[in-house]
Design a binder for this molecule. Structure first.
Ligand SMILES: [Zn+2]
Length: 637
């Protein structure tokens, strides 16, 4: 059995077969992974020479069933089907060594079971080597996906590769692997960090054991302080958010997303603190540890698709799902808890971007409520692909987590599948695809956490941020950093959508809108928070629409705000007018307002002319204005 967190490149053998056994590579009827199989040209035997490639997939998450040499440079590769289920063949992860310097090869994957996938729209396999341990994408021009007449017209994925260092071990994979051991190491790490740090943020417990005796871990974050939350039916409850991940073994991107979410939630970030203090999180980071370990594409040890068996799961064949269901039922039946969300994280193999699947309800209001979270998420994530969202209630998916939870749990539960692509996401032009890397997946997890905050502010469970807080946020230097980072990656114009849309569908905008509508004459240029429209009794979705319909007037208020700022500055100019008499309006035009200024402000305005006045809301450079070259950006900086 494999040790904990070993690098796959160490070639530990999962099946502990001898080299002789594995020579034939189909010694187990094609069911096992290749285990250091050396492929020699026909008629050649004896000690392996350089260039007679050695294939290996007998390590954790490895998958390669068989390799055949079919030409001078060309190999047909067979993916190993899921254990006890021959239907699923898509995940691959294997190593190659004993190569010659500058040896060129063509690898053909000839038994892919999922004909419709992303290889025709930009996805390419990953490669790394022992001296270059960072995953890299193969260039698109070396990757081909096509129907092959040489393979009974099956779809074949071919790529050309040249080995540039003969001492290296090369590893190829469909997506960056995220193994069971890696997850265990990560949980151990954050546990020890917590012990050293002193502050207890989470507990790790064992939900159940799998058929192969691996742990199904449960991370609980339960630090709700202060009063319990009151929901719509005036019952006092603590709201619970459940995150499930990795029911499908190939969905390593989902694991990165889950880690990004967890990392953020346990951080000292303000949003994370608010979430921890107000909600209980229960996270199952790996629902299918056996399948992940075995390098399956989808199923668990006994070939069961873990996202199709929720209605029929038993303790003996699906202990993981059985235990999760029990946990959900227990929380759902509790008087002091209320499940708000069950979100199941997956990776998608045939669509780009991240997006959510939801349910449909006959109850229009429940359906409207159900639409809110994905809409808010879409506003938070640049890579969100709204076109891929589906809300359904079809029979085919009745065994999946999302459908089960919406049917069997209380009405308050919103169950979604959150998918993130194995490929990439479209850029703003709608044509170019930027392929994801690990950081992209982590970011999606962080966006998920942010969306929870936004959602609860939106339904008035959490108070809206004070205007002063929002203003501070805009000035944080970190925002600029992230802007420049994303500029490198996406080549977009100076203000990428992420930073802009990060601002909540803003309560502050609303209050500016309301305040300035009625009270600008009173000199109230500092927006105060008012009760959001439709706050108490409407469903979230109604709120949402009302907020949305406020966007236009809000846009208008920018002008009003500028007008105020302008007036204020005009006053400032007047105050300092004694130093600069050229073409200024006379003081009594603004007499009424000058009285309303506080003494403190007046002293600030009475500065010598060569010292620029201290900025308040924003600065308009009148010298520029008179020269007709006022830049709009001066309002935004
Ligand atoms: Zn899935």
């Amino acid at each position: 059995m494999l040790g904990v967190a070993k690098d796959p490149l160490e070639h530990t053998s999962m099946y502990e077969r001898t080299e002789e056994d594995s020579e034939g590579s189909d010694g187990e009827g094609g069911m096992g992974n290749v285990s250091r199989v050396i492929i020699r040209p026909p008629g050649v035997s004896g000690k392996a020479k350089r260039g007679q490639i050695c294939f290996d997939a007998a390590f954790e998450t490895g998958n390669l069933g068989k390799a055949n040499l079919v030409g001078e440079f060309e190999y047909d590769l067979f993916l190993r089907p899921d254990t006890c289920n021959p239907r699923f063949r898509f995940w691959f992860n294997f190593t190659v060594d004993n190569v010659k310097q500058d040896q060129k090869v063509i690898f053909n994957f000839v038994n892919i079971s999922k004909a419709r996938n992303l290889f025709n729209s930009g996805l390419t396999p990953l490669v790394k080597s022992s001296s270059r341990p960072k995953w890299q994408r193969l260039p698109k021009k070396h990757v081909f996906y096509y129907r092959s007449p040489y393979h009974q017209n099956h779809y074949v994925l071919s790529f050309a590769f040249s080995f540039d260092k003969e001492d290296d071990v090369y590893q190829f994979a469909l997506a960056p692997p995220y193994s069971y051991s890696r997850m265990q190491s990560y949980l151990n790490l954050i546990e020890s960090r917590q012990q050293q740090g002193g502050e207890k943020k989470f507990t790790r417990s064992l939900l159940t054991k799998t058929l192969q005796n691996r742990n199904v871990d449960l991370i609980t974050i339960d630090h709700v302080v202060g009063k319990v939350k009151t929901n719509r039916v005036e019952r006092c409850v603590i709201r619970v958010i459940i995150i499930l991940c990795r029911s499908h073994a190939n969905a390593s991107p989902a694991s990165f997303m889950c880690q990004g979410f967890l990392e953020f939630l346990l951080s000292s970030h303000n949003i994370a603190k608010i979430l921890r203090e107000n909600f209980v999180f229960k996270i199952v980071p790996m629902v299918n540890p056996d399948g992940v370990f075995l390098g399956n594409n989808r199923c668990n040890l006994i070939g069961q698709d873990m996202n199709r068996v929720w209605q029929v799961a038993t303790e003996f064949s699906h202990p993981e799902i059985f235990a999760i269901k029990n946990m959900l039922k227990e929380i759902d039946n509790s008087d002091s808890y209320q499940i708000d969300f069950v979100i199941d994280l997956h990776a998608h193999t045939s669509l780009h971007g991240c997006f959510m699947y939801g349910n449909t309800y006959e109850d229009v209001y429940r359906y409207e409520r159900h639409l809110v979270f994905p809409r808010l998420f879409a506003g938070n994530a640049q890579d969100y692909a709204s076109a891929n969202m589906i809300f359904n209630a079809d029979e085919k998916k009745s065994g999946c987590a999302r459908r089960y939870c919406c049917e069997k749990l209380s009405d308050t539960v919103n169950a979604y599948t959150l998918e993130i692509s194995m490929g990439g996401h479209y850029l703003k032009d709608g044509k170019t695809v930027a392929l994801y890397n690990e950081e992209g997946y982590y970011r999606c997890g962080r966006n998920l956490a942010r969306t929870f905050l936004q959602y609860y502010r939106f339904i008035n469970v959490l108070p809206a941020p004070l205007p002063s807080e929002v203003r501070q946020k805009k000035r944080r230097p970190r925002t600029h950093n992230s802007r420049s980072r994303s500029k490198n990656r996406y080549e977009v114009k100076p203000r990428p959508k992420t930073t802009r849309s990060y601002a909540p569908i803003s309560y502050t905008n609303l209050s500016i809108c309301y305040d300035s509508g009625g009270s600008s004459d009173e000199g109230g240029f500092s927006p105060t928070r008012t009760v959001a429209p439709g706050s108490s009794h409407f469903s979230g979705y109604r709120n949402y629409r009302r907020v949305a319909s406020c966007t236009m007037p809000c846009a208008g208020t920018t002008n009003q705000q500028q007008q105020l700022t302008h007036d204020q500055f005009a006053l400032l100019r007047i105050k300092s007018g004694r130093f600069d008499l050229a073409q200024e309006p006379s003081l009594h035009d603004y007499g009424g307002k000058s009285k309303s200024q506080s003494p403190e402000k007046q002293t600030r305005f009475e500065l010598p002319v060569n010292v620029p006045p201290k900025p308040y809301l924003s600065i308009i450079d009148l010298n520029q204005l008179t020269r007709g070259s006022l830049r709009v950006s001066s309002f935004e900086d």
